[in-house]
Design a protein around this ligand. Sequence first.
Ligand code: HAM
Length: 419
Amino acid sequence: MFKAPRGTVDILPQEQAYWGFVRDKAEIASRLYGYQRIDTPVFEKTGLFYHSIGAGTDIAEKEMYTFDDRSGDSMTLRPEGTASICRAYIENGMHNLLQPVRLYYLGPIFRYERPQAGRYRQHQQFGCEALGDEDPVLDAEIIDMACNLYTSLGLRGLTLRLNSIGCKSCRPSYLEKLREYYSLHDKQVCSDCKIRIERNLLRVLDCKEDSCQDTINGAPRISEHLCTDCAAHFESLKEYLGFLQIPFELDPHLVRGLDYYNRTVFEVQPEGEGAQNVLGGGGRYDGLIEQIGGKPSPGVGFGTGIERVILNLKKQDIVPPPAPGPEVYLAYQGEEARKEAVKLAGELRRDGIGITMATGNKRLKTQMKQANTLGMIRVIIIGDEELWDNSVMLRDMEKGEQKKVARGKLASLLKKLSF
Ligand code: HAM
């Protein structure tokens, strides 16, 4: 028997109310802040990800779904959204538009990770990117939008962690200090960090191994080694977050798991969760577009996994509004009535009235039970008598009352009742 691949799930109809709820709120937030939807392919040339998220990151080294297509070109299922958005920005000449260009996306992301609660090999991500402007107003806007989305969903007890990781002019001297420190502490770190020290030093700060945490905590702090421009950018961001009344905690060791970030990085963490299960995160990536072949254009953005948002909604007992569906059930008694019911269902649906129709030769009592289980508000019944006088019986399920209605008046009555 076939099963869904490990780390993937079917999103069943009973879960769809949660998904609709989160998607709707994400779209409302995007509109509120002036972000326009963009959809990019779910796979890209592998090189795009090596040149953006960084060849030495866990994602590029261990988690990408990479394959050769039939022409022998190496392709990768996107392990995140930002690189594709930047590729689309360059390819579609968006630098010629009025800057910043504000975009959002919602779609599947693929990472070969160890599956656990809130961690999948295919997850859905909502992300926003503001491209072409380095104003810290945009960093504040992106963070505000993330917070606004979570608040509009009713989520409570979230912590915003914030850091600045400098730029290409101030980071090298910081890395020297970090290297000095790790050369004195390299015995205490995990085997992955030993490799990181050689290949991609900043990544040691992103290690999640318990055995490395004390070493990380004692490490020099990048935020104390920022150049004047980066320090001023960070100060402005903090000031704007104050204006927006967004509380934050400074986390001097937050670097995030992707190499393209500079200056601002942030994560939103639910109560009682470790750094592994952040709800959403993002930051600034001013060198990325140039790095993948575009004209130098700054950018800032964030992403949040829908599954993780839903997990937290459930933990906090937040129930989404039910997904809208037909409120009217069409029942019949006998073969002739069934034919009439098929015609009537067609007419009503074309008139914009949702109908769930009975099927087979179930007794009327069974059909009524089914309507009840489905939560139908009204039931239309066609039997011999209704066939004969061209009417229907219309039952109000809540009141338990029913009345005869002429076929010609049914549609307008149902429309009136549904308002
Ligand atoms: P990320 O932190 O790797 O950032 O992922 C963003 C969010 O996606 C996470 O906070 C989490 O909610 C969700 N997520 C990541 N991996 C998984 C997984 N395996 N299962 C379930 N959910 C997951 C990025 O991807 C950046 N592109 C965000 C960004 C946009 N930065 C700037 N712009």
